[in-house]
Design a protein around this ligand. Structure first.
Ligand code: ADA
Length: 557
């Protein structure tokens, strides 16, 4: 399963994931041995590979003829793709999609080999030993598309609210896969509105972006209480229809007004969780039902928002958030990189590629209300400042319809608060230090509002929490016990949601997650144990505390 709805009626697509492939490790004790595996999968889920770091090859046979496009929603973390033994392309980063066009295939059976690599080296600036696991494998869906001479890469729809009503800014990217110049008709239609037609002259091998602003009438806005989604379709025709693409979007406006974040004009109060894509049975390759179950649990807890810490998520998750009116902070991939790590020669390109791929793929999701970057990176140094600045500018160039932020842990030394639209902090009073949350937070907030360039901007707590080992209960209420975590969260949530001027909270974190075994810190079980549920989604004592508190605050301020 790739999306929760049908994306093509003309283009022929076959889902290559959701079936058995062959997997073989390229090094180690089991080198060359062939295992059947259900893709998507992380090889850590296979009994022989729970700690394999290296390269592994996934093989699948497919039938095709002519020009095809192979779409990969996520390969962890570096992919090299071969068809019939010939290398066709490569991609870095587990958490963003990519595609590869292969031309001139003879009719018949062909062999696809995907070499996935989860090793750490200078070549990988973002996947580094860290407080979450970098798994190996084809962790998201794979689709085979049969193409004619041109195809539609994306159809973007950005809702714009003006005094006289709603409009949609559309952009359709059409790519030629032929050697000849051809003329096409492109028809774009927003559900219920008149179709817009345009002639497109496409030179061989080139691409064009066709932009239009479409006025909309009788619009229902997308909001938590009524997450109304609209379809947008693009159809490309020559004498006959050649290709199409269907997507969804929502009419909603998110903007910052002084210290408030406004959604459709209402001041929101975020009651959220930071969530890693992680599961003990599936690694980061969560099946659809497991993703939906996480959302059910989050909603039961009274949450209205999820932060996709610390990378772009599977689109199935975003589809479900769109459908259920859940707000999303989506961020590019980076956690806790020092200035030295940001000086890795690959850092800038890999981080910017991640932003480009994230926004291009996820532009239409109404659930995404904030773009985040560079969680806890070197925002206290001059060099770090330049990196933050470039990345914020890149986001703004690609999408000026959403506010931007980044989760800082640099306290009063952060140099970057002049750059984002929202000031966000990760803080751990009552866990890494014992200061009472209320006093600690008030002091930080006052500093931001008086002495920093974040003055007058909205303020969010993007992480707060405490660790608890599932099942460890003691009347001593010491750290790592479920009792301590429950008490700490009670104090933390009450203080954050009671702080004047604060737009909300993302609890760290939804569930316990596996960390890279190479990363050593105060992490019993080689897990980050700050989940409200453990890795199997079993409730800790804090569950009822969070649920009571989250349900007691309204979604708007
Ligand atoms: C940081 C970081 C998280 C996690 C958390 C913790 O703030 O952003 O990824 O490591 O700390 O558990 O300490």
């Amino acid at each position: 399963m790739i999306r929760t709805f049908r994306t093509n009626k003309i283009r022929k697509t076959t889902c290559l994931s959701g079936s058995l492939w062959e997997f073989s490790p390229c090094s180690g004790e089991w080198k060359g041995k062939v295992y059947p595996v259900a893709v998507p999968c992380c090889w850590e889920s296979l009994p022989d590979f729970s700690a394999y770091r290296g390269v592994g090859v996934f093989t699948k046979k497919f039938e095709a003829k002519g020009t095809i496009r192979l779409v990969f929603k996520g390969v962890s973390h570096t992919a090299r793709v071969c068809v019939d033994g010939k290398e066709m392309g490569s991609h870095y980063n587990a958490f963003t999609p990519f595609s590869i066009v292969v031309k001139g295939l003879e009719e018949g059976c062909h062999k696809l080999e995907v070499y996935a690599d989860n090793t750490f080296s200078e070549a990988s600036a973002l996947h580094v030993p860290n407080d979450y696991m970098s798994y190996g494998g084809i962790s998201r869906g794979v689709v085979l598309e049969e193409l004619e001479d041109a195809y539609i890469e994306y159809v973007h729809a950005v809702p714009i609210k003006e005094e006289d009503g709603w409009k949609v800014r559309t952009a359709v990217k059409v790519n030629s896969v032929s050697d000849e110049e051809k003329t096409y008709k492109l028809i774009v239609q927003v559900e219920g509105q008149p179709a817009v037609a345009e002639e497109v002259i496409l030179k061989g091998g080139e691409d064009v972006i066709v932009e239009k602003v479409i006025s909309s009438e009788d619009v229902e806005v997308w909001e938590m209480e009524n997450p109304r989604l609209y379809g947008i379709s693009a159809v490309l025709s020559a004498e006959e229809p050649v290709d199409d693409l269907i997507d969804r979007f929502g009419y909603r406006e998110v903007r910052v007004d002084g210290k408030d974040i406004l959604l459709n004009g209402k001041k929101i109060r975020i009651k959220g969780f930071c969530r890693h894509e992680d599961h003990p049975m599936y690694g980061c390759a969560l099946p659809f039902a497991a993703i939906e179950q996480d959302l059910q649990i989050a909603k039961d807890l009274g949450a209205n928002a999820i932060r996709t810490s610390h990378y772009p998520n599977d689109e199935l998750f975003l589809d479900l958030c769109d459908e259920q009116g859940i707000w999303v902070w989506e961020e590019n991939h980076a956690r806790g990189l020092s200035e030295e790590q940001m000086r890795n020669p690959n850092f800038e390109r890999q981080a910017e590629d991640c932003i480009r791929e994230m926004i291009t793929a996820h532009m239409n999701h109404p659930s995404i209300i904030i773009w985040g970057i560079l969680n806890e990176c070197a925002s206290e140094t001059e060099y770090g400042y330049e990196c933050y600045k470039k990345q914020y500018e890149l986001i703004h160039q690609m999408d000026d319809s959403r506010p931007r932020s980044s989760a800082s842990c640099k306290f009063k030394t952060d140099l970057c608060f002049g750059l984002p639209d929202i000031v966000s902090y990760n803080i751990y009073p009552e866990w890494y230090h014992d200061a009472p949350t209320g006093e600690y937070l008030a002091d930080l907030y006052n500093w931001v509002q008086t002495d920093s360039e974040g003055k007058g901007k909205p303020f969010l707590i993007t992480e707060i929490g405490a660790g608890a080992i599932y099942g460890y209960r003691t009347p001593a209420m010491c750290k790592w016990s479920e009792e301590y975590q429950a008490k700490a969260l009670e104090n933390q949530i009450t203080a954050v949601l009671g702080q004047e001027g604060c737009s909300g909270i993302f609890i760290w974190q939804f569930c316990d997650v596996r960390i890279s075994f190479e990363w050593f810190s105060n992490r019993p079980r080689t897990m980050n144990n700050k989940g409200i549920v453990d890795e199997y989604r079993r409730r800790k004592l804090s569950y009822d505390v969070v649920k009571r508190l989250y349900h007691s605050y309204s979604d708007y301020r």
